[in-house]
Structure formats: C-alpha cells, structure tokens
Design a binder for this molecule. Structure first.
Ligand SMILES: Nc1ncnc2c1ncn2[C@@H]1O[C@H](COP(=O)(O)OP(=O)(O)OP(=O)(O)O)[C@@H](O)[C@H]1O
Ligand SMILES: [Mg+2]
Length: 425
C-alpha cells in the first residue's frame, strides 16, 4: 500500500436514478409540461453504496445482470454522474468498459488508438512511442487501418484493452472485458492485469467468472438490485453470491420438481436453469437446458460433504434428431484440473434416439469422494456417438459450482482409501 493512506476510490452513499419512460411520447410530454408534471417512473440502479478502495487493491465486483455493476464503474470512470452521494477518485483512471465506449466505429483502429489514448490522458508523442507495442498486443494486423466497425467483437475488445493497459493508469477499471476474445488473449490479459496488480495499481474488476475473481482479486463486493450486499474476501463474497443464486433458483423450481431421494427415472425432474454460461461450444443438434445437483432431502445442493449422496440432473433440448445421444459431465477443481468425468454411455446406459423438440434428462446418482475442501465446477455436455467416437453437440464450461466442505484433514487432492496394518519384528 502507498505511504499516504488516502483511498484511490471513495464512494459515500452513492445512488443513481434513471427515469423510465413506458412510452417515448412521455418524454416529450414531460418536456412540454409547464407544471413540471412527471410522466416517468423512477428506477434506482444504485442505492446508497459506500465503498472505500485503498491504493493497490484488486477489487472484484460481482452481481446478477442489472445489479448495477457497470453503472458503478461508469461513475468511478467519471462517465456517469451519480444522482446522490459523493465520489472521490485519487489517481489517473483508464477504463475498459463495456463494448463501444471510447471508440468511434467510423474511424480506423489507428485513429481510435490516438483518440482514446488522448481521452485517457496520454500525450500524442507518448501514444506514438507506444503505438507498436499497443498494436502488437492487440494482434489485429492490417485491420489497424480499417474502420473499427468492420472489426469482430474480439478484435474490438483486444484493441480497447491494449490501449487501456498502455495508458499506464494508477486505477484500471475492467468491465467484463475478459469474456470476449479467445483463450490465449484472455490469458495474456490476465497476466497483464496481474503485472499491474504487482506494480501496486488499483484495479476494479467486474466479472461473472467467480474463479477468475477469486484467483486474482484480494477483495470483492456483491451488488444486488443496486445495493452493496457483501464486502469481504473474494471467497466469502463468491460463496454469498452463489448462495443467493441458488436460493433464487430453488424458489423458481416448483416443489413438485424436487427430487425426493428416490431417483428413479420417472421421478427425475426436468431442470431448466444453468447458473453460469460463459463458454459453450458444440454442433448445436442439442442444447443443455438445465443442470442441478440435489442432495438426498431433495434440496438444491451447492455445498456437499465427503460421502454425501447426491443426484446430478442434466436436461438437454433436442434441436435436430440424435441417433445416439450421450449426456455427461466433467468435474474440475478451482485451478481447472479435471477431477473426474462420466457420461451415460460410460456408465452403461444407452439412451434412445431423440427427436427434435424433445427434452432428455439424465440423473447421475453418486457419492461425493473424500476431496480436498474447496470449490469445484461441473461442466455438462451432450454428445452424439459412443465413448470412443462422438461429436460434442453442446458443452458448457463450469456451468455449476459446488463447494466441498471440510470433513477432516486431507493431504493432497483427495483422501485415498487406505487400510493400514503393522508388525514389529
Ligand atoms: N440509461 C439507462 N436508462 C434506464 N435504465 C438503465 C440505464 N442504464 C442502465 N439502466 C438499468 O440500471 C440497472 C443496472 O444496470 P447495469 O448496466 O449497471 O447492470 P450490470 O450489473 O452491469 O448488469 P450486467 O451484468 O448485465 O452487465 C439495470 O436494471 C439497467 O436496466
Ligand atoms: Mg454490466
């Protein structure tokens, strides 16, 4: 932390109100009204948010869609003005906000680098000096002299990111930028952000990727409906956030759909929620439409213990006829290491051919092994073929997160069942 203990970001009771017009004509009526009559409803995107971020902190910001994350960053960036409350920033800010901000689509990449660099406070000769480094990082080649409206989303974001990090700001704001771009670029961005963090920069990082958040933030906040619900360690906030999602999910699943611990095929609930969808791929003949892990009492389980009996339910909607469907899953630890995988075919269950419009639901009943406590992800998939030769129709990476609770001391990744004996001679 820097020697003077002044916060880099200081928000006090920050609120942001948007007027909501149910019809465009209402705005006109309001403008024409002599008595200042209001024709709109009020909507508070942020409410009474207090936030003190000390220099050198990497702060993760999580929350469901529409919870106010982008609004908060835009206020910190000075792009939006809060309706109420105070916002003080100490240091130069570079912002990598949602797509589009800062770039003019009609201008070329080169022109945009100079313009957005200047907006973020870089001098012309400074930008010229770093120009090659910027376009090398963005890897967009000859596209640099074409209008950015011809860029793919990934190229656009790569260039925006390259400019933002080469501005060398004291405070970097990143809004969900890592969700676009390919994996290699994401890795480079993460390395770069990590380096900035190590240099003592302040970083505010909005993401839906809880793994990435816990990996490199040292503090996190949870926003919900414009309010700050949690503020603490990334692990704590990520758990609270998952609990919130699961609670809402549980309420949205009818009581009749809850597994009663018996697990016969007729009683398998068709599930229709997927907690996280960031990376999905496949030929698209079927789409995963839900994944839920139930504990034996029929409750949605996001926390499990060694030896606990659970039922993993995966539903998939068939888009084009599938001759030999296979439904399966992969479990990974928080570092992304595959722990195990299984599927209907591997377990000796042959699923019948499926017609378009139908929904196949598979239930995997299992006992949680004695794993090291911590967060694990489940990636569901539907494929076509057999275990040796198949095509992936839909695969969602890390769609479901579970927490394995501590039940005793475990050395290494798991407790390997051991029977010990001895003899003295
Ligand atoms: N210009 C606007 N006029 C009216 N409402 C707005 C405006 N901008 C945002 N909102 C509303 O404010 C709320 C918060 O939006 P915000 O973009 O900050 O959410 P978010 O947490 O970033 O969501 P996401 O995860 O989808 O990016 C949303 O309900 C949104 O519809
Ligand atoms: Mg947003």
């Amino acid at each position: 932390m820097s020697s003077d203990a002044k916060p880099a970001v200081f928000l006090r009771q920050v609120s942001k109100k948007y007027p909501i017009y149910d019809h465009p004509s209402q705005k006109l009526l309001e403008l024409l009204s002599f008595r200042r009559k209001q024709f709109h409803r009020e909507f508070w995107a942020l409410q009474d948010v207090d936030l003190v971020v000390m220099p050198g902190t990497t702060l993760g910001i999580v929350g469901q869609n529409g919870s106010g994350k982008s609004t908060l960053l835009q206020i910190v960036a000075g792009i939006l003005k809060q309706t109420r409350g105070d916002c003080f920033i100490k240091g130069t800010v570079a912002a990598l906000l949602e797509l589009g901000s800062g770039f003019n689509p009609e201008f070329t990449g080169r022109e945009n680098v100079f313009m957005s660099g200047a907006i973020m406070g870089m001098r012309h000769d400074e930008i010229r000096r770093r120009f090659k480094e910027i376009i090398d990082f963005a890897e967009i080649g000859e596209f640099i002299d074409r209008p950015v409206k011809t860029y793919s989303t990934g190229m656009f974001m790569r260039l925006a990111f390259a400019v933002a990090i080469h501005v060398d700001p004291e405070i970097l704001l990143v809004d969900e930028a890592l969700a676009v771009g390919d994996l290699i670029f994401q890795h480079r961005c993460i390395n770069r952000i990590r380096r900035m963090r190590d240099q003592g920069k302040t970083i505010l990082f909005v993401t839906h990727d809880l793994q990435a958040m816990t990996r490199f933030c040292d503090r996190a906040i949870l926003l919900d409906a414009g309010r700050k619900l949690e503020d603490g360690s990334p692990e704590h906030v990520s758990q609270k956030y998952q609990a919130l999602i699961f609670e809402r999910e549980r309420k949205s699943i009818g009581a009749d759909q809850v597994w009663q611990g018996n697990g016969s095929a007729q009683e398998l609930p068709v599930v229709s929620t997927i907690p996280y969808v960031h990376h999905r791929y496949g030929n698209g003949s079927a789409r995963i439409s839900g994944i839920i892990l139930y504990s034996k009492d029929g409750k949605v389980a996001n926390e499990v213990k060694a030896d606990q009996e659970v039922l993993l339910v995966i539903s998939a909607r068939i888009e084009r006829s599938l001759e030999h469907p296979i439904i399966g899953f992969t479990v990974r630890d928080r570092m992304g290491v595959e722990i195990t995988s299984s599927n209907t075919s591997y377990e000796g269950l042959h699923l019948p051919a499926a017609a378009p419009g139908s929904v196949i639901t598979a239930g995997f009943r299992m006992h949680i092994p004695m794993l090291r406590p911590g967060s694990y992800s489940i990636s569901p998939a539907i494929a076509q073929g057999n275990i040796w030769e198949h095509s992936i129709e839909d695969w969602i990476d890390n769609a479901y997160i579970i927490d394995v609770l501590e039940t005793g001391l475990i050395y290494g990744a798991m407790r390997w069942p051991v029977e010990v004996s001895f003899r003295i001679s």
